[in-house]
Design a protein around this ligand. Structure first.
Ligand SMILES: Cc1cc2nc3c(=O)[nH]c(=O)nc-3n(C[C@H](O)[C@H](O)[C@H](O)COP(=O)(O)OP(=O)(O)OC[C@H]3O[C@@H](n4cnc5c(N)ncnc54)[C@H](O)[C@@H]3O)c2cc1C
Length: 299
């Protein structure tokens, strides 16, 4: 009997010990080397024949790559290879970054999250990457090491298209830096899948808000969407409506309409584009109403 997926092709394996070694290998093998950390994307794609690297470079044991540290001044630093369960149970993340916990916990299942990393989720650059919405909303900087030294890329400039990101040849992600959220911040991530757990998003929405006297409404909001455009996106049009205010059901509805208009989904096995568009409005509105309720409670 012939198996549909007969296993992995042959490959060479290097467990890198220094960033310089990784950069050197990437430059030497521009077309046939692949980095991996948790391997939950890489090995599935290799098994399916969608990726055929000759060389796999394991970067998760590089110094600092699994570290999670926090300083109120500089924010949260997450090593690119920190696994998702380590992030979600970290006391500082639980205290200051509940939106990140929500988005990390939305990925697949607990066992998978023991291997899967946030760095890998971002570098996979899938439009439906759950943690990308938190990175966009919390205005993370993605720090890469490369031939010209370290480079910090704003999350908003990192995603270029399905599977495409802003890393240059020889560069690799070492850390995700997330600033301390603004005072009074409240956030919410909502994902719609075909089932409650373990599925990729049909559509997802994240919203966050905080008091800001310089905004006519007295608040600034941020809105991000997943799985409804070639990349995860922020929706400045919705954010502008909420900054103008006043914040009420009508403005939340108008902002959700703006999110719906910004979405450019496709039909695929998970859902039709039409359904996705409709769900963008529902999810965005729900996230905004919940964030607004949290802000009012705190205020
Ligand atoms: C059953 C299953 C369910 C899943 N469900 C979800 C889900 O619900 N939501 C979701 O968002 N994802 C889901 N995924 C996708 C996957 O688990 C995540 O994207 C995961 O976070 C990837 O992390 P990783 O460490 O395993 O990445 P890896 O597989 O190690 O790498 C991912 C990509 O990043 C590249 N890469 C690795 N390290 C680096 C680096 N340091 N610098 C630059 N590039 C690098 C790799 O070459 C590869 O292209 C699922 C996967 C499976 C198998």
């Amino acid at each position: 009997m012939e198996l549909a997926n007969p296993g992995l092709p042959n490959f060479d394996y290097v467990r890198a010990t220094t960033p310089a070694e990784v950069i050197g290998l990437l430059l030497q093998h521009p077309d046939d080397a692949r980095l991996f950390m948790g391997g939950t994307d890489v090995f599935v794609r290799m098994r399916d024949g969608a990726m055929t690297p000759k060389l796999l470079i394991d970067v998760k044991r590089l110094p600092g790559l699994t570290e999670i540290t926090y300083d109120p001044e500089t924010g949260l630093h997450i090593g690119a290879a920190a696994n998702m369960n380590a992030i979600a149970r970290h006391p500082v993340v639980l205290e200051h970054y509940p939106l990140l916990v929500e988005s990390v916990n939305a990925v697949a299942s607990y066992p998978l999250r023991t291997r899967a990393t946030m760095g890998g989720n971002l570098c996979n650059a899938s439009p439906c990457a759950d943690t990308a919405l938190a990175a966009l909303l919390l205005e993370a900087m993605l720090v890469a090491a490369g031939p010209d030294g370290d480079r910090a890329i704003p999350a908003g400039a990192f995603f270029l298209g399905p599977g495409k990101h802003a890393l240059k040849p020889g560069e690799f992600l070492t850390r995700i830096e997330i600033p301390t959220p603004p005072a009074g911040w409240a956030g919410r991530f909502i994902k719609l899948g075909r089932n409650a757990h373990g599925d990729l998003a049909i559509a997802s929405a994240a919203a966050g808000g905080y008091p800001d006297e310089s905004a006519p409404s007295g608040y600034r909001f941020r809105v991000a969407l997943g799985s409804v455009a070639p990349t995860p996106i922020r929706v400045p049009e919705a954010e502008a409506i909420l900054a103008q205010g006043p914040i009420n059901e009508k403005t939340c509805d108008a902002a959700a309409d703006a999110a719906r208009a910004a979405a450019r989904p496709i039909d695929d096995v998970r859902a039709s584009a039409k359904y996705r568009k409709a769900m963008v409005k529902t999810l965005t509105r729900r996230a905004l109403v919940e964030v607004w309720a949290m802000l009012q409670k705190e205020g």
